[in-house]
Write a protein that binds this ligand. Structure first.
Ligand code: PEP
Ligand code: MG
Length: 869
């Protein structure tokens, strides 16, 4: 059993799983000899034990905390309970994965009515009571959920009544404020504990519990952080950045978190505590200015910043406090950054020989890559756009949407399918759910390290902060930008890269593949074994896929090719044909269309392989629905509308997803599949004659029975041979494979492999058929499932490894029993999911196939999967 508490200086190799990221780094910095205020960490295991059984606190943890506080008193030569040599502590959460602002922190713990007086004598009245009132406010908020705003209101009222600011209050007036704050506790049927030890116990329990608050849960969902890890609690002796003009506090990144530029980037406030910088209530100053104000502390800071970056081999996000010119480092962690910065930093660190290429590939998250291919505004359109305001470019990207002023409204509009831009004075962790659904976030206050900026960067959401010229009136749901008045629902556009807010909507374009990205992905390719193919069929999508580095096409769905106005008419003729002549004539037309399609597609992918899937959806999907459309079609077919309508009705199915679709169509209407195969081979032969090398790969969908496959393969092979003959060419290699989309297909994979050159798992259907969840209706219940923790992930998005994954694993093993080196891929949505890819790597899949814009992230994910496996 691990110890429950570790002091920072204790030599242990527990790491962040047990100590949390913050605790592990405090221990590490202490070992490196940095000026870290003393303290100890209560482990994540203690948190979990407490969350499982609250009596653990009374029975066990309590006495360990008391012993540790006694030790801290000895170390600091101060007392936590007596009135002299005051020891005050901070209580901060710290999980293994950083969750900025999601859980709770309480500062200045240990103050009470008596001790604050000695503290005031030791320092000064304004400072001591500033600390005490902050403690009451944070304690009230964190431990008893008394909204901070209540305290602000009380303070504001008293300031108004006394006609001065809190810092100018006399000691009696300060006490008056404290009494008013304490009354707030009473009105909430609780009291503020005067005993420092009791404060510490309650604060620790509250921080443990904050692991399970709604915003922390949502954050973990978004960032795929498991719920069972718990948070550590760090108890650290306080140093005071708010003890006068020779003191201050700041947050600094060792490199620019937006661009990656190798230059200190951050902000500080003189005479302030840490929360002032993050809350964005006072606008901080850039870090360079500290050089003029407190040069010694600045120099020292620069030195430690370099040391930390070197030690952690990564850009650091460092919190520091200066108390009467003495510098303390309170925290360091790998800094959150934009994707652009992440890439720049990783590449620079490789160039500086601090990282290897392999480490660089592991360093960037596949989600970060997505940010790089996010849209930007069309420059041409921007020149005519009306600029409303400018703020700080906190997180890149470009977005347009309807204006909302609260997180609730954002959620409400989002549920109606609207795109929203959330504009607030500043955001707080309570806003997280509204922020998640917003296209962009704009705040009128706060700097580049404010809550809005940090959270938006983490999510890759476009964000502008510190847009000070905006005057937001939340009650009237309006905002003034100069003399322009905007109301909720008005359209605005946000450019997170330039920090500009515009009126109206502005068209966006997608960023070109950039050089840094190409460099990283080229390295990634060196370490990958899984290939990345694309799901694409239009020439422009095929081109995008190839440009993004697809090694081929894993799924070209042919049904999309029957939907143009002329094509769908021919398709309808085929379906509704009354005699063979009509049927054949329409089929010949379709053959011409398909031939041209395939010709262009093969040309676009050039020498890369392409799997073309034969027609999959049920026939009625091609037929008209409204009476108007039916009338038009009847006219085109020269039939009576009622006749056409009758035919259409006969084709309707009760359960189309389980009905006449996929290979079942191939069996009942072999001529359609034959036409498609003829078109594929005609175009391949044409290209071959033009000097291209084409090796067609044809795929049959929705097979569940060996005989289905045998039957179709037989007549397709005949058609291929006929086509070679007709075109007078020597047969060349080609492949006919099958999709595995049904549980039965997985179970008989060894038999299917006998008649199949390759397999591709259609995990969309396989998930649908395994769970019995309609892939089109899961939206109706998946959120409830997630809320009730019945399911953590949507299985259509991230592979259900336990069930669907097991079937795939079994099928792969069975197939390879029949054909050892058989090529096997994944072409459902989960194929491009970075969280599912390691599983595919592990079970011996050869390639995954995903939509073109997911290819860069997938290339990185497959490399990482190989490196960590
Ligand atoms: C699948 O079912 O996973 C698949 C790729 O096919 P479709 O989505 O076209 O049904
Ligand atoms: Mg399918």
């Amino acid at each position: 059993m691990n110890k429950l508490i570790y002091f920072f200086e204790e030599d242990n190799n527990s790491g962040k799983e047990l100590l949390g990221g913050k605790g592990a780094n405090l221990a590490e910095m202490t070992k490196l000899g940095l000026p870290v205020p003393s303290g100890f960490t209560i482990t994540t295991e203690s948190c979990i034990r407490f969350l499982n059984d609250e009596t653990f606190f009374e029975k066990e943890l309590k006495e360990h905390i008391i012993a540790s506080i006694n030790k801290l008193e000895q170390q600091t030569n101060k007392s936590f309970t007596e009135e002299n040599h005051l020891l005050l502590v901070s209580v901060r959460s710290g999980a293994a994965s950083s969750m900025p602002g999601m859980m709770d922190t309480i500062l200045n713990l240990g103050l009470n009515d008596k001790r604050v007086r000695s503290f005031a004598k030791l320092t000064n009245v304004a400072f001591a009571y500033d600390c005490y009132s902050r403690l009451l406010q944070m304690f009230g908020d964190v431990v008893y959920s008394i909204n901070k705003e209540n305290f602000n209101r009380v303070r504001h009222d008293l300031e108004k009544q006394l006609n001065k600011k809190q810092q100018d209050f006399s000691e009696e007036q300060q006490q008056q404020l404290i009494e008013a704050f304490k009354s707030l506790f009473i009105t909430h049927d609780v009291r503020f504990p005067q005993d420092p030890i009791e404060q510490l116990f309650e604060a620790t329990k509250a921080v443990f519990k904050s692991w399970n608050n709604q915003r922390a849960k949502v954050y973990r969902e978004i960032h795929h952080i498991p719920h069972h890890l718990g948070t550590a609690v760090n108890i650290q002796s306080m140093v005071f950045g708010n003890s006068g003009n020779n003191s201050g506090t700041g947050v600094v990144f060792t490199r620019n978190p937006s661009t990656g530029e190798n230059k200190l980037f951050g902000e500080f406030l003189i005479n302030a505590q840490g929360e002032d910088v993050v809350a964005g209530i006072r606008t901080p100053e850039p870090i360079e200015t500290l050089q003029n104000l407190l040069p010694t502390a600045y120099k020292e800071f620069v030195h430690y910043a370099e040391q930390l970056e070197k030690h952690y081999k990564d850009m650091q996000d460092i919190e520091f406090t200066i108390e009467n010119e003495k510098l303390f480092i309170l925290q360091t962690r790998n800094g959150k950054r934009t994707a652009k910065a992440a890439l720049q930093i990783a590449l620079d660190l490789v160039a500086e020989q601090r990282l290897t290429k392999k480490e660089a590939v592991l360093r960037i998250s596949p989600e970060a890559i997505d940010q790089l291919i996010h849209p930007i505004f069309d420059e041409k359109e921007l020149t005519n756009a009306k600029l409303l305001a400018t703020g700080l470019p906190a997180s890149p990207g470009a977005a347009t949407g309807e204006l909302v002023f609260t997180a609730e409204k954002a959620k409400e509009y989002h549920a109606l399918g609207k795109k929203v831009i959330l504009v607030r004075q500043e955001t707080s962790p309570e806003d997280i759910e509204g922020m998640v659904v917003s296209q962009a976030i704009v705040t009128s206050r706060g700097g580049m390290t404010s809550h809005a900026a940090v959270v938006a960067r983490g999510m890759g959401t476009c964000c502008v902060t510190g847009c000070e010229s905006l005057h937001i009136q939340e009650e009237s749901k309006t905002m003034m930008c100069g003399d322009i008045r905007l109301a909720e629902g008005d359209l605005v556009s946000v450019d997170g890269s330039s920090g500009c807010l515009y009126l109206g909507d502005i068209p966006t374009i997608v960023v070109e593949n950039n050089q840094n990205l190409q460099q990283l992905l080229a390295w990634a390719d060196e370490y990958a074994s899984l290939k990345v193919r694309a799901n694409a069929e239009t020439v422009s999508d095929l081109q995008t896929a190839i440009d993004f580095g697809a090694s081929g096409i894993g799924l070209a769905r042919t049904e999309h090719m029957f939907f143009g106005e002329k094509r769908v008419l021919e398709m309808r003729r085929v379906i509704l044909a009354q005699d063979n002549q009509e049927f054949e004539a329409a089929l010949t037309k379709l053959l011409e269309f398909q031939q041209e399609d395939f010709y262009q597609m093969f040309k676009a992918v050039h020498d890369k392989p392409m799997i073309i899937r034969l027609l999959d959806p049920p026939m009625h999907e091609f037929l008209p629905h409204t009476m108007n459309e039916i009338n038009t079609l009847a006219k085109q077919l020269k039939r009576r509308p009622s006749e056409v309508q009758n035919q259409i009705e006969k084709l309707q199915e009760t359960n189309p997803m389980l009905g006449h679709r996929g290979c079942r169509l191939g069996i009942t209407e072999p001529k359609i599949y034959q036409m498609q195969v003829r078109a594929i081979f005609n175009s391949a032969i044409k290209l071959m004659k033009e000097g291209f090398l084409v090796r067609p790969e044809v795929m049959i969908p929705l097979v569940s029975e060996e005989n289905e496959l045998r039957n179709i393969k037989e007549f397709l092979t005949e058609t291929v041979l006929e086509t070679f003959k007709e075109q007078q060419v020597e047969p060349f290699p080609y492949e006919i494979g099958t999709m595995i989309e049904l549980p039965r297909a997985c179970l008989i994979a060894d038999r299917l492999a006998m008649n199949s050159d390759f397999f591709s798992f259609g995990t969309n259907d396989l998930t649908q058929m395994t769970f019995g969840f309609s892939r089109d209706d899961i939206g109706k219940f998946i959120n409830s499932y997630k809320e009730k923790e019945i399911m953590v992930q949507d299985p259509f998005q991230t592979l259900d490894q336990t069930g669907v994954g097991e079937l795939i694993k079994l099928a792969v093993a069975k197939a390879r029993q029949t054909k050892e080196g058989m090529m096997i891929g994944i072409c459902g949505e989960v194929g491009g999911d970075p969280y599912s890819i390691p599983f595919f790597q592990k079970i011996g899949i050869d390639y995954i196939s995903c939509s073109p814009y997911r290819i860069p992230a997938a290339r990185l994910a497959v490399a990482q999967a190989n490196l960590i496996n």
